[in-house]
Design a protein around this ligand. Structure first.
Ligand code: PLP
Length: 376
């Protein structure tokens, strides 16, 4: 938690559940990523947190943006980004949304199928397009495989076709999965893309850009490698495979830029046991899966906790949300332990919750008020 967030929580005592985000921290993360990958162009993955104060700060820093929908395109434009700084990176788009983005100046689009390519040729004539390929997601705590990307052989054919259709066959992309903790995942994906570059050059298509996607991890409950290790591995692989003829490098970080800028503060609603001798307490918070903590699905993302009793004796807990739905259980199998002194009314903080929380929060499931968002 940044000192600014800690001070805000102590002084303002906001209503819970709330997310407090330190926008300066987003700027620091942007600078850290730039330092680790100075040759890469940063396209912030807006889906991680589309709040205007974040987008506006990034516009001021000269960032580019990866939008998943026309609505996200509009959010970027409203925040002051020029259309040519926005990439429409979802491979699944309605044709009218492609046309609307094109009309607003967007000139870069992703695809991974012939049907999508034909939509782009019709509704974004002459635009820069890039094909997403399937790559391994091993090592990712939140995988993004299967649903997106196509086989390399198909990508080769589609890029040739893109050129024939009058589009600018600009680049290739991949995503190694979100919260990717293995640098080798990027190295393997870059090797795959490089081979396709060579094949396409032989087919007469001069591809000029590699989009390495997102995935750069943040520290939750466990340590992860430093961003510098990812920068070194990526640039090592790029140099190994492309030599001096480096293409334009694009990255689409989401989580890395915003996660550790935010903290969710929650109130403990109830601490109970299922039997008198049950060693495991159930701790019910006023935020759960439907309040925004969707990435606890399958206990994939394991948030760190702070409580007012940290340092005191701990015991095992199951942590759950407040709704009358049993899937609203956050951690049952991940061996969480919290202080024995914890009781209802205590405020607890869930750390590094600035990414993929606000947009998942339901508006009134079970009647609970939506997550209170505060940007400082
Ligand atoms: N780019 C694309 C196309 C994505 O789908 C995502 C996440 O879903 C991202 C970038 C951001 O990934 P991350 O938050 O892991 O950096």
């Amino acid at each position: 938690m940044t000192p600014k967030v800690a001070r805000y929580l102590a002084e303002m005592e906001p209503a819970t559940p709330c997310l407090v985000m330190d926008v300066d921290r987003v700027e620091q993360n942007y600078a850290r990523l730039k330092a680790a990958l100075p040759l890469a162009r940063i396209y912030y993955a807006v889906k991680a947190n589309p709040a205007a104060p974040i987008l506006e700060r990034l516009v001021g820093l000269g960032s580019f943006f990866d939008a998943a929908s026309f609505q996200e395109v509009e959010m970027c434009l409203d925040a002051g980004a020029a259309g040519e700084r926005v990439s429409y990176g979802n491979t699944i788009k309605k044709e009218r949304d492609i046309a609307a983005a094109y009309a607003r100046g967007v000139r870069m689009f992703a695809f991974d199928s012939e049907a999508e390519l034909l939509k782009l040729a019709r509704s974004a004539p002459g635009a820069r397009v890039y094909c997403r390929i399937l790559v391994g997601n091993d090592g990712a705590e939140w995988p993004l495989s299967r649903k997106f990307g196509c086989e390399v052989e198909m990508a080769r054919k589609l890029m040739v076709q893109a050129s024939e259709l009058g589009l600018d066959a600009f680049g290739l992309s991949f995503h190694v999965g979100s919260q990717q903790v293995k640098t080798a995942a990027y190295e393997a994906a870059i090797a795959k893309v490089a081979m396709l570059f060579t094949d396409l050059a032989e087919a007469g298509v001069k591809v000029r850009m590699v989009n390495l996607g997102g995935g750069y991890p943040v520290r939750y409950k466990s340590e992860v490698p430093e961003i510098g290790a990812f920068g070194d591995a990526i640039m090592g692989a790029m140099t190994k495979h492309f030599g001096n003829a480096l293409p334009e490098i694009v990255i689409e970080p989401g989580r890395f830029l915003v996660a550790d800028a935010g903290v969710v503060q929650s109130e403990v609603v109830l601490v109970s046991r299922k039997g008198e001798d049950d060693p495991v307490r159930w701790v019910y918070l006023d935020i759960g899966r439907f309040g925004g903590l969707a990435e606890t699905e399958g206990e994939a993302i394991k948030y760190g906790f702070r409580t007012p009793h940290d340092g005191a004796e701990e015991g095992p807990v199951t942590i759950a949300g407040p709704t009358c739905d049993s899937t609203d259980t956050l951690y049952e199998k991940s061996n969480y332990r919290l202080p024995l002194a914890l009781r209802d009314g205590d405020k607890v903080e869930l750390l590094a919750t600035g990414a993929y929380v606000t947009t998942y929060a339901s508006q009134k499931f079970n009647g609970f008020a939506p997550l209170n968002e505060i940007y400082i």
